[in-house]
Design a protein around this ligand. Structure first.
Ligand SMILES: [Zn+2]
Length: 485
């Protein structure tokens, strides 16, 4: 199920504002205490924590609606669980998770859910954050300030394409209160119109696209000349962006330094000062990056497609920089939002009826996609040379090889030139047909073979330029292991 949450500002009276603040404090206290206990005693189970803490907090906060106590304990269990998971992976460095803020969770019975979902154009909610004893609960009506995005999702609810989740979250941000509605959207079932492989690089995303004939039966009389994967790149400039912002940040540090000099001649760490943070915030680096990530995701998911991409590890940057050393390049690689692009694409893909298929990244840019021979490095990092003589652009080789990996040819050859590694057939059993229908796999095989045949005569299509500039910034365009073994 696909989730979208939409925050809508609440028109809160002074009285309710005060009340929500005090409820937030109580709620946060419960979450913090339970999280600490759970992590310390390695007891993260929700029902176990409920048994241990529910009556304690009912007594401590008799005015709090019992539904909120239940939710606070449950939320603590979730936070503790994910913290333990992070710690298991070695990603958490603190002894306890730091719970800075919470969103108050109102379950079905603590707000007017039933009434709300029957409305054609809901404009207010009623919440019951406190209990006034004897099962009577204090009920507050609050007006919403709905916006376009909310109406768009509400429209989907009315058309039966989405459902409103019964839990409502109330959240404070910069002294304004928001209701967060969660919509469960039914993924679309669409006929796939193309197969797209993409590969994320430092400054570009390389794309290979094959448009599928509307029905597979048309394959018999397809027009061969159109059946060659299209290769292109989307400019992202994440690396350049990182470099530019790095320079600006350094300039800010230099400018601020004199103001933070210590008597002994040293400087306070400028980057941890408020002044610095304020100025960096104004640069809007994150906003720009997020914008570009969305742009890439939109381009890749425009039409329903089978999207093929590399299997990234949990921390793709780490494996890339292991042999890069310290310094600027390392910083730039860390700035490329690999995981983020993958997640946004996956999310958009699901919403728009596309499907994502992962292939192993093994030797994607070390094999000639035409001859399946080993590629050697040239003095231009972008360009590789096939042992048969022609040049291949590294990015294009990579996406073309991803396409091959979907086909039976790819499974058989797996590693393509002399098989040094046994193929684990079990790994591929069943896997092949769950996402990509068998006919399409066969079709792609034909298309790739067709492309191969025509490219054998003019492999220049796969090369973007000749390697004439000697070692221009060695690793500039692609932060990955070198081509030669
Ligand atoms: Zn070749």
């Amino acid at each position: 199920m696909l989730c979208r949450s939409v925050a809508v500002e609440l028109e809160v009276t002074k009285e309710l504002n005060k009340l929500l603040h005090s409820i937030e404090i109580a709620y946060l206290n419960i979450v913090r205490e339970v999280v600490e206990y759970a992590v310390k005693h390695n007891a993260t189970g929700a029902s176990q924590l409920h048994r241990l803490f529910y009556s304690k907090y009912r007594q401590e906060y008799p005015d709090l609606n019992s539904g909120l106590v239940v939710q606070a304990i449950r939320q603590a269990s979730e936070i503790a669980k994910s913290f333990m998971e992070e710690r298991r992976k070695g990603l958490a460095y603190k002894p306890y998770p730091e719970v800075r803020s919470v969103s108050l969770r109102f379950v079905k019975t603590t707000w007017n859910y039933e009434q709300f979902i029957k409305s054609i154009a809901p404009v207010r909610i009623a919440i019951s954050p406190i209990s006034t004893g004897r099962g009577v609960s204090g009920r507050f009506e609050v007006w919403l300030r709905p916006h376009k995005r909310f109406w768009q999702y509400w429209w989907r609810v009315l058309r039966g394409e989405a459902e409103l989740a019964s839990t409502l979250m109330i959240k404070r941000r910069a002294n304004k209160w928001y209701a967060v509605f969660v919509f469960n959207i039914k993924p679309r079932e669409e006929e796939q119109k193309s197969i797209i492989a993409f590969d994320i690089n430092e400054n570009t995303v390389a794309v290979s696209r094959v448009d599928l004939p509307s029905t597979v039966s048309k394959v018999v009389n397809w027009n061969r000349q159109y059946m060659i994967p299209e290769l292109y790149t989307i400019k992202t400039d994440f690396g350049r962006l990182a470099r530019r912002y790095g320079k600006i940040r350094n300039a800010i540090i230099e400018r601020l330094k004199p103001g933070f000099a210590l008597p002994n001649g040293n400087y306070v760490n400028v980057t941890s000062t408020r002044e610095f943070r304020k100025r960096v915030k104004r640069l809007r680096e994150r906003v720009r990056k997020v914008g570009r990530v969305r742009q890439v995701a939109n381009e890749l998911t425009r039409t329903p497609a089978i999207i093929v991409t590399e299997e990234l590890g949990n921390n793709p940057q780490e494996s890339m920089i292991s042999d890069v050393g310290k310094g600027e390049l390392r910083h730039r690689i860390k700035q490329i939002p690999f995981k983020n692009i993958e997640e946004v694409v996956e999310d958009k893909a699901l919403e728009r009826g596309s499907k994502l298929f992962h292939v192993s990244s093994y030797r994607n840019s070390r094999v000639c996609p035409i001859h399946f021979t080993r590629l050697e490095g040239t003095n231009d990092w972008h360009t590789l040379q096939c042992s048969l003589g022609h040049y291949v652009d590294r990015d294009y080789a990579s996406v073309a090889n991803m396409m091959w990996k979907v086909t039976p040819e790819g499974w058989v050859k797996g590693v393509w030139w002399n098989l040094r590694r046994e193929i684990n057939w079990r790994e591929y059993e069943g896997k092949s047909n769950t996402i990509i229908p068998y006919e399409i796999v066969i079709l792609l095989q034909h298309i790739m073979e067709n492309a191969k045949a025509s490219l054998e005569q003019s492999p220049a299509v796969l090369a973007r330029g000749k390697p004439m500039n000697p070692a221009r910034g060695a690793n500039e365009g692609r932060a990955r292991e070198k081509a030669s073994l």
